[in-house]
Design a protein around this ligand. Structure first.
Ligand code: SAH
Length: 203
């Protein structure tokens, strides 16, 4: 058992999530210089001054999504592709958007080499979502949003769930779970305090 698997085993109750975390080798998503730390339960730096999230947070966000039995998920912030790979073991289709071309290209190559055929990657601005494949049963944002991304809520199916870190570096960030009760009605729940890189607005 690797280090982070021991750490998260008693904090995550969804066995499918734990199985996926066991199956996907995080070394494949971590830069050369960080290989020795790949099994640690910490976020690590990746290219373009971004981060691969802490495994516990990846597991927790996946578990929160899975509680709503999604088939089709949209991720904002592909980064290394690790969170997308975990989700792709758990649901039918994963769509993921990244704004850095290098990260997008690397993740694409990596996920292809690992044999994933149910992950669809797009280079672009996550604030606009991916309308062509909407609605999504679940949306996961892996960067901190300074404000609620309402255009993305519009791409969520009724009964769908969005997991989003809301806030800023200075003011603090809360991981939130939003459930779309109807076209106009949402519920909101705080999951925990987190620290993500910013969900950048390009204009
Ligand atoms: N899910 C990733 C973690 C990535 S960190 C993983 O498993 O490795 C957050 C990512 O969000 C970064 O790669 C960053 O470039 C991306 N990001 C930030 N703002 C964005 C935006 N407006 N559109 C798309 N991607 C964005």
């Amino acid at each position: 058992m690797t280090d982070f698997l021991k750490e998260i085993a008693d904090k995550i109750s969804n066995q499918h999530v734990l199985d996926a975390m066991k199956r996907i080798d995080r070394h494949a998503f971590v830069p050369e210089l960080m290989q020795n730390f790949a099994t640690r339960d910490t976020a690590l730096p990746i290219e373009c001054e971004q981060t691969i999230s802490q495994p516990y947070i990846v597991a927790l966000m996946s578990e929160a999504l899975l509680a709503h039995h999604p088939h089709k998920i949209l991720e904002i912030g592909t980064g290394s592709g690790y969170q997308a790979a975990i989700l792709a073991c758990l649901v039918d289709e994963v769509y993921s958007i990244e704004r850095h071309e290098l990260l997008h290209t690397q993740a694409k190559k990596r996920l292809q080499q690992l044999g994933f055929s149910n992950i669809h990657l797009k280079l672009g601005d996550g604030w606009q979502g991916w309308q062509e494949n909407a609605p999504y049963d679940g949306i996961i944002i892996t960067a901190a949003a300074p404000e609620m991304p309402t255009d993305l809520l519009a791409q969520l199916a009724v009964n769908g769930v969005m997991i989003v870190p809301l806030g800023t570096d200075k003011g603090g960030q809360k991981l939130k779970k939003i459930v779309k009760k109807s076209e106009t009605d949402y519920s909101e729940e705080d999951l925990l305090d987190v620290r993500f890189v910013p969900f950048v607005r390009d204009n």
